[in-house]
Ligand binder design. Structure first.
Ligand SMILES: NC(=O)c1ccc[n+]([C@@H]2O[C@H](COP(=O)([O-])OP(=O)(O)OC[C@H]3O[C@@H](n4cnc5c(N)ncnc54)[C@H](O)[C@@H]3O)[C@@H](O)[C@H]2O)c1
Length: 442
């Protein structure tokens, strides 16, 4: 078989399907033979890559692009027009897009403060949702999102694409099957060389940008010149810092590999060490999660020092009684616990090496497997590889890490619901204030 992108997605999806557990359907009457119409919200960077990928899926059409900044909307429409028969329609207000009765699903790649509010609007309008990670801006939104998914019985699939990467799925199966014995410590890491964002100045809103809609659910602030695009990631008001921006991926893989639900104790250290500017989150961070069964996980990030660990800017290590597993990209290695260690087995990715720290898409082929899984779930009514109730547990760990860092305290966690125990001050960060009239309501 010729090694085309489509063939790769097909074989990779089959490999994932062989090991996936298929529990109770989300809804009974799927869309088995229907073409799926998709709208993509936020198309400057990640959203454009997703739109390109959706447009190339069989029996799928990107019928809308939605962006509050006209320049990205126009560029996105021109780009997607080259990939399908008709150009998508353009609109800046997602609420208008959701009025389209022929629309089946929305893909949310707007800034983080929009993720849960837009996803709730989406399922209320009867649409399925592919929501980029992190699915929520704060823990309360995660609870609302899970509630909305259960109430409206639509697919809400989070963009933590490793859940569909065939070799990562296989690695997790091997861990669960005891390939390195009991895993008592897992770690994840992320390293990049991000540049400073300076000190923002209040300036007039640039022509073509609807700042009111950009802010949406977030309380209003004057427009400043170092927020949109992209740098909103580093402000609490809209963003969630590196812990959720990139930590979500490796913390999710570590939690998955260890088979954990909620941590019992969360500790955070770090700071904004590298540059002096408006950036409000740590650029260097170590999170430690202890679990009730006496096992431990850590995540290390360096946003401004790119020095790799195990030869890569991101990855996971699992340490067990019988050996160690290293997971990087869509590949893994198993080592013995001899001194010196021996490489016992290596599973190499079939596709070309990914650029692990590319900000828009480390690997479009691998994104495609996760997108195909979402479309399959929309067609069949079966849960996807990344149902939001699971995704939110990993997102919550990252949020707890940020709250532990913000308060400077060790957090103790209620095992029933992930809430912080005995610290009312820390629990104040469980939710957020909304702009009046924009509160998400399930
Ligand atoms: N899964 C992954 O690997 C991955 C990779 C990159 C980014 N992401 C996620 O994708 C999201 C977007 O990140 P980015 O780097 O593309 O950000 P960005 O700032 O470059 O782009 C966001 C786009 O959303 C638009 N936007 C803002 N408010 C909007 C609204 N109300 N309606 C429609 N459009 C709106 C902006 O104009 C901009 O075009 C983030 O949540 C990020 O975490 C995920």
């Amino acid at each position: 078989m010729k090694n085309t992108r489509r063939n790769f997605i097909k074989t990779a999806a089959l490999a994932g399907a062989a090991v996936a557990i298929r529990p109770v359907p989300i809804f009974a009457n799927g869309l088995p033979s229907k073409k799926i119409n998709v709208a993509v919200m936020g198309v400057r960077s990640r959203g454009l890559v997703l739109a390109q990928n959706f447009a190339q899926m069989p029996d799928t059409e990107v019928t809308w692009l939605c962006d509050v900044d006209q320049q990205y909307l126009d560029a996105g429409i021109a780009d997607i027009a080259k990939l399908q028969k008709r150009p998508p329609k353009g609109e800046k207000d997602i609420r208008k897009v959701l009025e389209d009765k022929d629309l089946d699903a929305i893909v949310i790649a707007a800034p983080d403060h929009w993720h849960t509010p837009a996803a709730i609007l989406g399922v209320k309008a009867g649409k399925h949702v592919y929501v980029e990670k992190p699915c929520s801006h704060n823990p309360r939104e995660g609870e609302l999102l899970v509630e909305a998914q259960r109430k409206y019985r639509r697919i809400i699939h989070m963009g933590n694409q490793r859940r569909s990467w065939p070799n990562v799925v296989q690695a997790m199966d091997e861990l669960h099957g005891g390939v390195i014995g009991k895993v008592y410590f897992a770690k994840g890491w992320y390293a990049n060389n991000r540049q400073p964002i300076g000190f923002g100045k209040e300036v007039p809103v640039p022509p073509g940008l609807d700042w009111e809609l950009w802010q949406g659910p977030a309380p209003r602030t004057a427009y400043r010149d170092n927020v949109h695009p992209y740098n909103w990631h580093w402000f609490w008001h809209w963003g969630t810092g590196e812990a959720l921006n990139n930590g979500t991926h490796e913390i999710d893989v570590a939690r998955w590999g260890m088979g954990q639900e909620y941590p019992s104790r969360v500790v955070a250290s770090g700071g904004r060490y590298h540059f002096h500017d408006d950036w409000e989150f740590p650029d260097t961070m170590v999170l430690t999660f202890d679990f009730e069964d006496g096992r431990t996980m850590t995540w290390e990030s360096r946003s401004c020092n790119v020095h790799p660990i195990e030869g890569d800017g991101r990855g996971n290590l699992f340490y067990g009684e019988k050996g160690t597993m290293l997971v990087i990209g869509n590949g893994y290695k198993i080592y013995s616990n001899d001194n010196p260690v021996k490489l016992l087995r290596e599973v190499k990715p079939a596709e070309a090496a990914a650029n692990s720290t590319n900000a828009a898409s480390p690997d479009a082929n691998l994104d495609g497997v996760h997108i195909k899984n979402f479309l399959d779930a929309v067609r069949s009514g079966q849960p996807s590889n990344s149902p939001v109730a699971e995704g939110q547990k990993s997102v919550l760990m990252c949020q707890l890490g940020n709250i532990a860092w913000q308060t400077g305290r060790v957090l103790n966690i209620d095992q029933r619901n992930g809430h912080i125990v005995g610290d009312n001050e820390a629990m104040k960060s469980w939710g957020r204030e909304y702009e009046r009239g924009w509160e998400p309501v399930v």
